[in-house]
Design a protein. Structure first.
Length: 352
């Protein structure tokens, strides 16, 4: 019989899994990577580390869902094989379904191989795109209104960068590629995806195939084909969900969360796909996961209790809180605001 866990216990488990206690330097969130859009990675790491994060210790490139992520450099050689599409249909889905493409993995490999051929020295995205486009099948290109030209479709381009063995030159403001040391050949098949699946369940579990599929930008049909049969099944308020067996004890008896954080937009904690569990109120979900004008989230003991936004004013960071109900503890929030200011290179913070 499946163990029953309620929402409060799941949140307590995830707070511990995300290591908000600032006691570890080796963060488990890097098992999936830390998304770095809109300066989100530095703030996400600051919410977990006792010292100021050193972003130069990590490698940056486009990985999961074609989004920019920071990864451990040691993980990159095998990461391309782990995120490689599970099937041709999976590849087509991840590439946003380009017209006329059936053999999705071959199409993706053609773009990755072309990128590998042309990027032999540091090169901007625009330069690389211009050189790659004539080398790939026409059905993988499209007219771009913003660029006023035809070039390789952006979702395909992004997914091909890691298999091509490319990372970002973090010293440049413009997206600039450089070859990673000892890069491997373009993958021909998926190897090790189960490691990523289990990493999702460790951080965001218990969960099911639909949530895992959404996170990786594929379909539940594909995930069910590779779903491990030795997972521990639990019931989360009447809903079936799964977690790695070696994490079941931690789920059933998590420590009581005692943490206040100002999480940036796209923080790993907010990347869980069961948003109804994280934020039950639909109106609040629209504020936390805004499509335009993203805001950070106020997290108190695992609960998302509001949003926040910040603006630099000289050498000061002005942080405006938008609580859904009772305001969070003022002292803790002020301390977190000071940390946000520090990672942005500012001297102080003011909370309003």
């Amino acid at each position: 019989m499946a163990d029953h866990v309620d929402r409060a216990r799941v949140l307590a488990y995830r707070v511990a899994a995300h290591q908000f206690d600032r006691a570890s330097e080796d963060l488990d969130v890097f098992d999936l990577g830390v998304q770095d859009s809109e300066r989100s990675a530095a703030a996400a790491l600051a919410a977990r580390l006792a010292t100021d994060p050193d972003l130069t210790a990590y490698s940056a490139t486009w990985t999961v869902r074609g989004a920019p992520h920071l990864h451990r450099p040691a993980d990159l050689p095998t990461l391309a094989e782990r995120v490689w599409p599970l099937s041709d249909a999976d590849a087509v889905t991840r590439m946003s379904r380009p017209r006329g493409v059936v053999e999705g993995r071959a199409a993706l490999a053609s773009v990755a191989s072309a990128l590998r051929k042309v990027v032999t020295s540091p090169m901007t995205k625009g330069e690389a795109s211009g050189l790659v486009t004539p080398l790939i099948p026409e059905e993988l290109t499209a007219w771009c209104r913003g660029c006023d030209t035809t070039h390789v479709q952006d979702p395909i381009f992004r997914l091909a960068v890691l298999p091509a063995g490319l990372v970002f030159d973090v010293t440049q403001k413009t997206v600039t590629f450089q070859a990673m040391p000892k890069r491997r050949a373009v993958p021909k098949e998926t190897k090790g995806f189960t490691d990523l699946l289990l990493a999702y369940l460790r951080l965001h579990g218990p969960a099911g195939p639909s949530e895992v599929a959404s996170y990786f930008g594929t379909t539940a049909t594909e995930i069910k084909k590779v779903w491990p049969d030795d997972l521990a099944e639990v019931s989360v308020d009447g809903r079936k969900a799964w977690i790695p067996p070696n994490r079941l004890k931690a789920l059933l008896s998590p420590p009581d969360p005692d943490v206040v954080r100002l999480l940036p937009p796209l923080d790993p904690y907010l990347q869980a796909r069961d948003r109804d569990l994280l934020v039950p109120e639909k109106a609040h979900q629209k504020e936390v996961w805004r499509i335009l004008g993203r805001r950070g989230a106020i997290m108190v003991d695992g609960e998302i209790t509001g949003t926040w936004q910040a603006k630099a004013s000289g050498k000061r960071l002005d942080v405006t809180l938008n609580p859904f109900g009772e305001p969070p503890p003022s002292t803790a929030v002020e301390e977190e605001a000071q940390r946000l200011a520090a990672v942005r290179g500012l001297e102080s913070a003011r909370v309003r």
